[in-house]
Design a protein around this ligand. Structure first.
Ligand code: NDP
Ligand code: X2W
Length: 342
């Protein structure tokens, strides 16, 4: 059994990790932390876990994290980097759902995240946990930087065209929409029902911290810099990301065949039939990315539609997928839930 600890068990990605790990046949949950709720039974806070998780929340200071095989950080940015070295030194593997280890350029990370990095040397060691791109490196890693939600949807959508060398790298556009759970469980005016319901808006058009993350991933694949315009939007959904990606083609290509071939052996990426329009509800609660490719009026612009559940493939599900790779388990173990529809 893989002994698992979770730091930050009361947030939305924390409870999603619990839902998935409680059903995982090879996992033993050892410690789940919360500073505010220490002492409370996990199933008192999350009744969906009654009968499945018998632990109480413990304060991170008291949690037996060093006796775990792997610790997930489902905490705000800047927390995992303070504790990772100690855990790695104790032989514990670390999967950070936040962004502490995602950006290789330390100065760039510090600029976007507005704080000094506590352990820049570990950024170099960390492996970016997008299995469809990086599987073999993930298997050998001690420290995984789990990708952001928008970056997962966007990169999986862009990858085939960039790998094939048929994208105009100077004009990539990612027009993305997220459900409100993407903002986390903390109290925030913008996430109130009366603010977010029956409303739709763009935000962070001038620059969002996922821009450097997506650009870094695509630049690595392309072997040269890319110019990306990324605009996130808040939609009145609870879960879900819908990324609409625009790519000017530089060569003739059969889009459908390209995407079907690229993802033929990827359990979690589903290329829909030609002409389809993926829906966020078709991935709700499942660790899947569903993609459809279009070429409106046969022109030279490819439109790629990519949907994920921000809490599952966009966070906790992908983190469990990475855990499976770290411990030589089948990649889809514990992750075969059929998405909830309607
Ligand atoms: N929501 C989403 O769709 C996605 C989120 N992420 C990332 O995952 C991380 C968690 O997100 P989410 O679950 O939404 O966040 P939440 O705000 O919902 O939860 C944060 C959790 O972290 C704990 N926490 C906060 N501060 C500390 C601290 N200093 N030390 C230890 N624990 C702390 C909180 O519990 P307590 O305060 O009681 O200790 C809580 O359990 C974030 O970095 C987020 O950016 C990534 C992809 C998608
Ligand atoms: C709707 C919403 O607010 N989404 C969040 C992004 C999700 C997230 O948690 O960001 P990381 O993946 O970097 O951890 C935002 O735009 O800040």
């Amino acid at each position: 059994m893989v002994k698992v600890g979770i730091v930050g068990g009361t947030g939305y990605t924390g409870v999603e990790l619990l839902r998935l790990l409680a059903q995982h046949p090879d996992v033993e949950l050892v410690a789940i932390t919360s500073r505010k709720e220490a002492g409370m039974a996990v199933s008192d806070m999350f009744p969906n876990l009654r009968g499945r998780v018998g632990l109480k929340f413990v304060d991170p200071v008291d949690a037996p994290l060093k006796s775990c095989d792997v610790v997930f950080f489902a905490t705000p940015n800047g927390i995992a980097m303070q504790q990772t070295r100690e855990l790695l030194d104790a032989g514990v593997r670390v999967i950070d759902l936040a962004a502490d280890f995602r950006i290789k350029d330390v100065a760039l990370w510090e600029k976007w995240y507005g704080m000094p990095h506590a352990c820049p040397d570990l950024i170099a060691e960390a492996v970016y946990g997008l299995p469809e791109l990086n599987r073999e490196h993930i298997r050998k890693a001690r420290l995984i930087a789990n990708p952001g939600c928008y970056p997962t949807a966007a990169q999986l959508g862009f990858l085939p065209l960039i790998e094939a060398g048929v994208a105009d790298l100077g004009h990539l556009v990612a027009d993305c929409k997220s459900g409100v759970s993407g903002a986390g469980r903390k109290a925030e005016v913008g996430a109130l029902f009366s603010e977010a319901a029956d409303n739709f808006k763009a935000y962070a058009v001038a620059g969002h911290r996922h821009l450097p993350e997506i650009s870094q991933g695509l630049t690595l694949v392309a072997g040269k810099p890319v110019q990306l315009t990324f605009v996130p939007h808040l939609t009145p959904l609870i879960r879900g990301i819908h990324a609409t990606l625009y790519v000017r083609l530089t060569a003739e290509v059969d889009l459908q065949a390209l995407y079907e071939k690229r993802y033929a052996n990827e359990y979690f990426v589903d290329v829909l039939p030609a002409g389809a329009h993926p829906e966020t509800r078709s991935v709700r609660g499942g660790n899947f990315c569903r993609i459809a490719v279009h070429r409106p009026q046969g022109g030279d612009v490819a439109v790629v539609l990519s949907v994920i559940d921000n809490l599952t493939k966009g966070a906790a599900g992908q983190a469990v997928q990475n855990m499976n790779l770290l411990f030589d388990l089948p990649e889809n173990k514990g992750l075969e839930q059929i998405p909830l529809l309607p």
